[in-house]
Design a binder for this molecule. Structure first.
Ligand SMILES: [Zn+2]
Length: 318
């Protein structure tokens, strides 16, 4: 069998972008499983949730925002710290970049390493990477919850629990019941769990479900436009996270090594989830983190470009 190319270095095919109107205030910029961006148009200002990976890529979001409003883009919210979500921030020239304290701490602790690691894993997602001016630093850091008024429009920024990372922030429009979930929820796209808290993730999905969103913009995949679709997104994410972690825990408890557990988990998950985008990319990272959490690392270890490649060789090498 031929060795798989590292991460997504062989993924070069451009995706088709959609810009969906979810309400008079909410839009979703989605791209067939590439990272999504959410847009909230308030009475006096625009908020962008997750930026795209580079300032040049952000220009396409700006162009679509300008087709629907000329209000200033005042706020950028980081749903979490991952490079592919945050490094385009400068492209919006926002007055403020907002993040949870946990996300801010992760940027300090591992932002540099994460940037290098992510760019090497998935070059296509960092088009015009030379336009990135460096790490994105928040100008407003909040604890657990923050309410913002864009004129009369109430916007809630909330940390509902750990899951995809320890800093996950969702953005909620209570009047319209629209939720921007970041990577806590994916739709027909494989959840990346390399920096996750897998024990906590299902309870955080419960907290999202308890809000009873009418519509939800996931981190990857199409926007979910009614309660049935929202449920499908939540259920699918939960099914993957739970099945993957259970498989790894079983193997780890039986004393199997990481490579064996990876092969078994891959075989177990492939029939149900193998057609979700980035399945082959995510699974080695996902199983490695799950094995860590099931054994001796309650907190995710930092990925570096070097650690990425060592891990890949261990799991995917001949
Ligand atoms: Zn992420």
């Amino acid at each position: 069998m031929q060795e798989k190319t590292f991460a997504s270095q062989a993924d070069l095919e451009e995706k088709t972008i959609s810009f969906d109107k979810l309400s008079d205030h909410a839009y979703a910029y989605t791209a067939e499983g590439d990272p999504n961006t959410g847009i909230i148009v308030g009475d006096d200002a625009v908020m962008v949730i997750d930026t795209q990976a580079t300032p040049v890529m952000a220009q396409d979001v700006v162009r679509r925002i300008r087709a629907v409003t000329d209000k200033p883009i005042r706020y950028v919210v980081l749903s979490h710290y991952h490079a592919v979500r945050v490094l385009g921030a400068a492209g919006y020239q926002p007055e403020h970049v907002i993040a949870s304290r946990d996300t801010y701490e992760l940027i300090i602790e591992r932002g540099e390493q994460d940037m290098k690691s992510e760019i090497e894993r998935f070059p296509r997602l960092f088009r015009a990477v030379e336009s990135v001016p460096g790490l994105t630093w928040p100008t407003i850091v909040f604890e657990k919850r923050m309410t913002l008024w864009l004129g009369k429009l109430q916007v809630e920024l909330m940390q509902l629990g750990r899951g995809h990372t320890k800093g996950d922030t969702v953005v909620w429009l209570p009047r319209e019941r629209i939720l921007f979930s970041g990577d806590l929820v994916e739709y027909a796209a494989t959840p990346y769990t390399g920096d996750a808290y897998l024990t906590d993730w299902p309870a955080t999905l419960d907290a999202i479900a308890a809000l009873q969103p009418e519509k939800l913009v996931p981190g990857r995949g199409a926007s979910l436009r009614n309660p049935a679709e929202v449920k499908a997104g939540l259920d699918g994410t939960r099914a993957f996270v739970t099945a993957m972690f259970e498989s790894v825990k079983r193997g780890a408890q039986a004393g199997k090594d990481l490579r064996t557990v990876y092969k078994e988990t891959y075989a177990a998950l492939k029939p149900k989830f193998g057609d979700w985008v980035i399945f082959d990319h995510c699974l080695p990272f996902d199983v490695t983190r799950a094995y860590d959490e099931a054994t001796q690392y309650p907190h995710p270890r930092i990925w570096t470009a070097e650690r990425d490649k060592e891990m890949w060789l261990t799991l995917e090498g001949e």
